[in-house]
Write a protein that binds this ligand. Structure first.
Ligand SMILES: [Zn+2]
Length: 299
């Protein structure tokens, strides 16, 4: 299976992943390993405590770049008129104190055709690609009837994507100490923040889980097991587990219908509580108002 198709699913690639991908692709079947000349010494991370609140010196800045390809103009209108990404970004800015600005660029350029949605470490920029949104639209059109339903699903998966890349951005600019795989951690924060937002945003996480499940069906057994991401079906179940664990009563049908197997569901309340507590600790110094949800109500 071509790396260019499934290398960084949901196009969630950091700069490092893109560089690794480029090396693999360019070298064909005989990849040459780029051995770093010098390995940096690990340094303790300067994590502010609750007692020393971080100063708010930056914001997430949403930019709708000019669409270059006519086939993405309709999608651009869907994003602009819905205001869903704008709402998400406003919520992030109300909630988080940042040491620097982070740009969020909606575009069909910026290396989108090659790399898809990703976080550009050096530019402190999240690139959200219409190419990915178009792929989600095609996938959901096989399962949903109305254009409105498809648009909602596309906006929801893109919202989850944005928060996944926000996770990469926060880990980098806040120098957050993490011990799990960064891709898993970014998945966690995307899902937890959507659930925490309330107002129906958990549905956005569930649509992201659906998209992963759809793509998993298309993957063959040759899916790269060495990849930095978990398998798509695992990512789907991880999202559903948090959604269920956040409110088992509300989401009982996930287990009743077998969408989330009971064997996993049994641990989800604890998993959700543990991860929520961990993230509250990690972000405590950067939260402007802990009682305030990350987003404004979902439209
Ligand atoms: Zn990622």
């Amino acid at each position: 299976m071509s790396l260019s198709v499934f290398g960084c699913f949901l196009s969630a690639c950091s700069d490092t992943e893109i560089a690794q991908k480029a090396v693999r692709t360019e070298q064909g079947t005989q990849p040459q390993i780029a051995i770093p000349e010098e390995v940096p010494k690990p340094q303790p991370l300067p994590v502010p405590t609750q007692a020393s609140k971080a100063r708010d010196l930056g914001d997430f800045k949403l930019v709708y770049a000019s669409v270059e390809k006519p086939e993405y103009q309709n999608l651009e209108q869907v994003f602009k008129t819905s205001g869903q990404i704008d709402s998400l970004v406003a919520g992030l800015n109300k909630t988080l104190a940042l040491p620097t600005d982070i740009t969020i660029r909606m575009t069909d350029g910026s290396n989108c055709s090659k790399s898809g949605t990703h976080y550009r470490l050096s530019q402190k920029e999240i690139v959200l690609c219409y190419q990915d949104a178009s792929r989600y639209a095609q996938e959901f059109s096989k399962h949903l009837k109305s254009e409105a339903e498809i648009a909602t699903a596309v906006l929801d998966v893109s919202s989850w994507d944005l928060l996944h890349e926000t996770g990469h951005a926060l880990i980098s600019v806040l120098q957050l100490p993490i011990t799990g795989r960064e891709e898993d951690v970014a998945d966690e924060i995307a899902t937890l923040k959507l659930i925490e937002a309330g107002n129906g945003w958990d549905q956005a996480a569930m649509n992201a889980a659906k998209e992963f499940a759809y793509t998993a069906q298309q993957q063959s057994s040759t899916k790269e097991l060495w990849d930095v991401h978990a398998l798509d079906q695992q990512r789907s179940y991880n999202i559903l587990c948090f959604v269920y664990g956040s409110n088992p009563k509300k989401h009982a049908s996930l287990v009743q219908k077998g969408t989330l197997p009971e064997a996993r569901a049994n641990t989800c309340v604890d998993e959700y509580a543990q991860k929520t507590a961990s993230w509250n600790t990690l972000l405590s110094a950067y939260l402007k108002n802990q009682a305030r949800p990350i987003t404004t109500p979902k439209s």
